[in-house]
Design a binder for this molecule. Structure first.
Ligand code: ZN
Length: 354
């Protein structure tokens, strides 16, 4: 029986953590900017002021419905560092990745919006939404790394580029004038993208700008910051992507595709699994998983230390339902991630076993 093999080696409880460190999102900008259609730049576009501020490129509540998964790489060497001196970037990443939890939400639709007034210069659409999971997948995105997207000219030397939009979702054309907040399309995962998100790049006079530090900044991370965001955005390198329950062990791929939203499970489910998906874990982080039965009894209490840094992380605990041994009623999972004594992530989740 497949499930037995699955859980082979575990008695009645299981604790597993898996990680992926390899996230892909377009790195190059000029070379792979959408260029299916072109229009001539004219001078009639709205000019942003000399010290412009920009809005967010996505319609969602940051750190609640969406999150920043990757920042710009500020290290010119083959190493990588984000502006907060952390690891939520990779070598050559030239933008900010605003992510949503999974493809189920992507299918419902989360709008990508212009970050300031301007004129659309170039647009590309028609690239399928396919999460890159292997080198072969990656090879298929050659020269279309940005996927579906657009470039907007804001005047005074400022441009923005948006990548990985959902196939067929783009509602602007070259020459379209937009305002801050004008919908451009929907968040997707087209091109070189391994999770649903919009990659936003800023350019000032042709040079890439990290929006958290502003133009003409020195490389590295211990530098003065002159953010170009309209709203104060805090550096949040660690947080929750999603959590939930499942009747079998989830994979990272299951989670990105939007499985396991159940709030009830049948009493004859083969197992009860409490899972969490987190971004930005570091070596030495302490995880604490707990599972409580409907009668309040703590049936799992598992503490462990994360061994290496990972940009995304998944872990779970669970109990097999031997001869339907699991009590029916409301089960509760609790999870915390602690770093240097500070709790960074705290999750409580319930499920009804009927
Ligand atoms: Zn990116």
């Amino acid at each position: 029986m497949k499930l037995k093999n699955y859980f082979y080696g575990f008695a009645t409880t299981l604790v597993i953590a898996l990680a992926t460190n390899y996230l892909w999102s377009t790195t190059t900008v000029n070379a792979n900017a959408p260029r299916f259609q072109n229009s001539v730049i004219d001078n009639s576009i709205a000019q942003v002021p000399n010290n412009p501020k920009f809005g967010l490129p996505i319609e969602c509540k940051l750190d609640q419905d969406c999150f920043i998964l990757l920042y710009s790489d500020r290290d010119p060497s083959p190493k990588a560092v984000d502006f907060g001196c952390g690891r939520q970037t990779y070598d050559g990443h030239k933008g900010t990745d605003f992510a949503i939890p999974d493809e189920k939400i992507m299918a419902k639709g989360v709008a990508v919006e212009a970050v300031a007034a301007g004129k659309v210069l170039r647009v590309r659409d028609g690239i399928p939404d396919r999460r890159v999971k292997s080198q072969a997948d990656k090879d298929k995105t050659k020269n279309i790394e940005c996927g579906n997207g657009m470039v907007i000219d804001h005047g005074n030397g400022w441009e923005t580029q948006y990548c990985h939009l959902r196939n067929g979702s783009i509602v602007v054309k070259p020459g379209t004038f937009v305002n801050a907040g004008t919908q451009l399309g929907m968040v997707g995962t087209s091109g070189l993208s391994s999770f649903p998100h919009v990659h936003l790049s800023f350019r000032y006079q042709g040079e890439i700008v990290d929006p958290f530090v502003g133009p003409n900044a020195k490389s590295g991370c211990n530098i003065p910051r002159n953010s170009i965001w309209q709203q104060p955005l805090s550096y949040k390198p660690t947080g929750v992507i999603r959590s939930g329950f499942a009747d079998s062990a989830p994979t990272m791929d299951d989670l990105w595709s939007g499985k396991f939203y159940d709030t009830t499970l049948p009493g004859n489910s083969p197992a009860l699994i409490f899972w969490v998906q987190i971004y930005g874990v570091l070596a030495g982080d302490q995880e604490h998983y707990q599972l409580f039965a409907p009668n309040g009894e703590g049936v799992i209490d598992n503490k462990k230390e994360i061994k290496s840094a990972n940009k995304t992380w998944m872990g779970y605990v669970g109990k097999r339902n031997n001869s339907q041994s699991l009590l029916k009623g409301k089960w509760k999972g609790e999870y915390s991630l602690t770093r240097n004594g500070k709790v960074l992530v705290n999750i409580t989740k319930e499920i009804q076993l009927n």
